[in-house]
Design a protein around this ligand. Structure first.
Ligand SMILES: NC(=O)c1ccc[n+]([C@@H]2O[C@H](COP(=O)([O-])OP(=O)(O)OC[C@H]3O[C@@H](n4cnc5c(N)ncnc54)[C@H](O)[C@@H]3O)[C@@H](O)[C@H]2O)c1
Ligand SMILES: O=C(O)C(=O)C[C@]1(C(=O)O)C=C[C@@H](O)C=C1
Length: 308
């Protein structure tokens, strides 16, 4: 169980909700966590509607009782909303925006939680309307699990949520989305979409790439060694396997849609890995110790910032 998956404590004084009706399109890990937060803590929206293409997901969300209404037709649902949050895989953001934007009320806010920003903004932009403010956001919180059962109301507590508003995004719309995430317990930071993509390439996308790759390398080993990997993996390898268990569609989309930043960080990483290989080959103790100490320092800072 993640550290921040504790029993929720509802706020003592009920806050007036930020929105009247919030529609969450894609109530998986992230979307269902927002719905649960709205239900268990209040202050987000008076009414929450979940929309999903999958009949199984819709049935499960209904069983869980985390939305006031569960619908299949996104256009019908969003016509009732003053905020629509897209929580679908990044590759689906453009097609879903094309479906929902024409049906949205004038003045309602469109937001999304995609893990990449430049490509998602590019995919949504052709469908934008001048009377519907769009606030791109990215909660830097998650787990290796997906689907509506994986969500929990405290997922975003003390985690960063990055906002990447466009030059013409009205400040009131940014403030409303900021308040929504603050009420989910998140810390907020604004940055440009391109900066976001470079930061996330190094802190999130490259680590996943390395985890998938190391598991693949272990799996390619001779049968005998592979079984030993499974037997003795209660070691450094185990920590890679957690994130390597993440959803293939989500990560395929992220890798392809943050291609440039990810390839840049991977090239830098490979240079640094080569330098480490060289230091090991030539017995350069100082280099090896310096690199390990830098790793320890980063871990210590994460613990101090309550992000470990
Ligand atoms: N998982 C994480 O750690 C994490 C963290 C931050 C942001 N994100 C981003 O949040 C988004 C959702 O990720 P998740 O982990 O919650 O995924 P998830 O797989 O748990 O949920 C996605 C949901 O979207 C639905 N869906 C897919 N296409 C759809 C469509 N066209 N119309 C309606 N519903 C559709 C799926 O049926 C599923 O229920 C992604 O963009 C991801 O990059 C994920
Ligand atoms: O903690 C995890 O398992 C995650 O994969 C969460 C994580 C991350 O890499 O930190 C994954 C993707 C997101 O866009 C944000 C958060």
């Amino acid at each position: 169980m993640p550290d921040n998956q504790s029993r929720p404590v509802a706020s003592a004084v009920p806050l007036p909700p930020v929105f009247e009706t919030l529609v969450v399109v894609g109530p998986g890990l992230i979307g269902s966590s927002v719905l649960r937060r709205a239900r268990e803590f209040g202050g987000l929206a008076r009414r929450v509607i979940a929309v999903d293409v999958s009949p199984e997901v819709r049935a499960r969300v209904s069983e869980l009782g985390i939305a006031d209404e569960v619908m299949a037709d996104a256009a019908e649902a969003v016509a009732q909303a003053d905020c629509v949050m897209l929580c679908v895989p990044v590759g689906a953001m453009g097609p879903v925006a094309a479906q929902v934007l024409p049906a949205m009320r004038p003045g309602a806010i469109l937001t999304e939680v995609g893990s990449t920003k430049v490509s998602v903004i590019e995919a949504i932009t052709p469908y934008l309307r001048p009377d519907v403010p769009y606030v791109p956001a990215h909660p830097m919180a998650g787990t290796e699990f997906s689907g509506p059962d994986a969500g929990f109301a405290t997922l975003f507590e003390k985690r960063w949520c990055l906002l990447t508003p466009l030059d013409n995004t009205p400040v009131e719309a940014v403030d409303a989305i900021r308040t929504l995430w603050e009420r989910c317990g998140a810390r907020l930071r604004e940055m440009t979409p391109a900066h976001h993509d470079r930061v996330c390439a190094i802190v999130s996308h490259l680590p996943h790439l390395l985890a998938f790759t190391i598991c693949g390398t272990a799996d390619d080993l001779a049968d005998e060694t592979r079984s030993e990997v499974l037997d003795f993996a209660a070691s450094g390898f185990r920590d890679f396997t957690r994130i390597a268990a993440s959803d293939p569609i989500m990560w395929r989309d992220i890798f392809l849609l943050n291609r440039d930043a990810l390839l840049e960080m991977l090239a830098r990483f490979m240079e640094d890995a080569q330098a480490m290989a060289r230091a090991i080959r030539w017995g350069d103790e100082a280099y090896i110790v310096d690199r390990i100490e830098r790793g320890r320092k980063i871990r210590k800072s994460l613990i101090e910032n309550e992000q470990a």
